[in-house]
Structure formats: structure tokens, C-alpha cells
Design a protein around this ligand. Sequence first.
Ligand SMILES: Cc1cc2nc3c(=O)[nH]c(=O)nc-3n(C[C@H](O)[C@H](O)[C@H](O)COP(=O)(O)O)c2cc1C
Length: 307
Amino acid sequence: MWKDWIRPFVRPLPQWSTVAVAPPQQVVNATLHWDGQSADVTTDHTVASLVPLVIATSLDAGQHPVLEYRDSATGKLLGVLRLTQTASVAAAETSITLYRVATGEQRCLGWPLRPWNAWLQNRLMLKNRSPQHFAPEPAAVQQLMIAYLCPRPVILVSIDTPGHRNIFPMDLIGPLQRSGLFSLALRSNNVSVPIMREVRQVALSSIPATMKAVVYKLAEYHKHPLQDWNALPFPARPSRQFGIPAAAAALRIQELAIVHSEEVGSHTLFLGRIVSDENLTEGTQLHHTAGFHQAYRRRRGTPFAEM
Ligand SMILES: Cc1cc2nc3c(=O)[nH]c(=O)nc-3n(C[C@H](O)[C@H](O)[C@H](O)COP(=O)(O)O)c2cc1C
């Protein structure tokens, strides 16, 4: 229909697409390239901060590596981030390297749709921006979308102490495989950050794709704590060692012992070790990817199941 043809030229693609993917995602792989070397970092890189946009990995890939995202089935280049090393973080006898994103480009859309869609998206971001609201610059959001080419799984993080209990969704998470550490990047103004830095124990529930609506509602607990576990809109079960309430319907419940935390830009980066891992059931997990990635897959006839 002519409307389907004309739509991309008048309306921007959604920035994010909420999709169902069987974990661990293997549809896109990420490779770091530096000084004639390269290494697969599909399970060894994460977003550590949004403002500025910082990527963490357990590799030291020199001062100016390039991070490439490719479709695993076809090898097609989907996007590139050019990085600049800023710091290294020493944690638990290992170290993590932090990289600022300098520039980036997605290749999911062809020319002229690529710059045109970015222009439409950026215009909308600037229009909807409220002065008191936390919002990265449009160029950084475009780069963040590239970092989401590897679909990012959504989990619920729960904390339980006598004076503070909470459970909220996160997707700036993941293993930094070579170091054996698992990372969480949480906005430093999240109400549970000081408690997590103190008690150093959390439970992570991998969320089935079907729980999208209920999980999005829990985003409010980034700002205020949960009053009572009985107020949760779904049944909870205690995690194996710490006994922290987690989602009973989770695909998997892991416990994280936090070994290090520090502020990185707008976020606090928590690094920890997984101390227990219960695989409860198989199924697709809620993931986020970039809207232009879903548009690319739709064009090829292989869209992700959208939630
Ligand atoms: C599915 C989902 C995943 C999220 N992941 C993270 C995260 O990894 N780190 C973080 O600091 N905030 C995360 N948030 C919280 C949001 O960034 C935001 O702070 C929260 O939804 C409050 O939104 P508001 O500031 O627009 O009111 C997530 C929210 C949702 C719904």
C-alpha cells in the first residue's frame, strides 16, 4: 500500500523495540577491533553510563578501538561505535576498561532513509525534552541505539533488608565474561543505590516476554522503595542463598554478590559475582533492541516477535 511506502519518510521509526528472544541472544555478535587485533565481546561488553555514553568491557583494547555489530546469520554489518579509552576499574583481582563512545553509525537503514530517520527522531527528542528531565543528547541516543543492536535482556533486580525492600527492571546489565564479573549500571539517583552499595547482595529474575506490562509498571520503584512484598502484582519466591524475594515466574533466578561499585557519569556501575543460578523454565525473555534493527529484520522477513 502506498501508505506503507510513504510512512518512513514522514514518521520516525520508534527508538526502541520490545521483543521476545530466547536467551542468551545469539542473533547479533559484537567484535572489538584494535591495532590489527580483534576479539568477540558479545558476552563481554555493557553500557556503564548514559551521560556520557560509556561502554565497559573486560578487555583492554587499546586507546581507540572500534566496536562492530554484525548479524550472526548473514555477517551483515549492522552498526559501528568508535571508542576512546577513559579509565580502568580495578575490581576483585581483575580489571574492567571503560570507553567513551566518540562516534557511531548504524547500517540497518540505507541512504537516504538513514540520515532522514535520524533527523526525524532527533527533532522529536528535542521537541519532547523537558528541562528538568534527565535526557542524553540526541546524538548520544543514536549511539545508544547502536549499542542495543545486541538485544539487551530485561531482568528484575530485588533487594531485601529490614529497612528497605525493592524490585525494579533493568537492562543495562550483563556478563563481562573474561573477568568473570556481572555488571549492573544504575542511575545514581535510584533510591536503592546506597542500600545496594552497603548490603552488596541482590537477586536477578530473568523476565518472560509475556510479563512486559507488569514489569514496565515496576519502573516506578527506581524512584521510591517497595513498601511490602505482598503488594507485588505477581507471586514471589525466595532466592536460593540470600532468600531475597524474586519473581516466581522468572525463567531464571541468579544471585549477585557485589564486589565493587563506583560512579561512572550518570550511573553507578555495580560489579559482582554470580553465586547461585537457578534455571527454572525455558521460554523467551523480554529484550530491548533498536527500532531500526527491527525495521531491518522486518524488511528481510525475519522480524523479532514484538511484545
Ligand atoms: C524495562 C526497563 C529497564 C530499565 N533499565 C534500567 C537500567 O538498566 N538502569 C537504570 O538506571 N534505569 C533503568 N530503567 C529505569 C528508567 O531508565 C527510568 O529511570 C525509570 O523508568 C523512571 O522513568 P522517568 O525518569 O522517565 O520517570 C529501566 C526501566 C524499564 C522500564
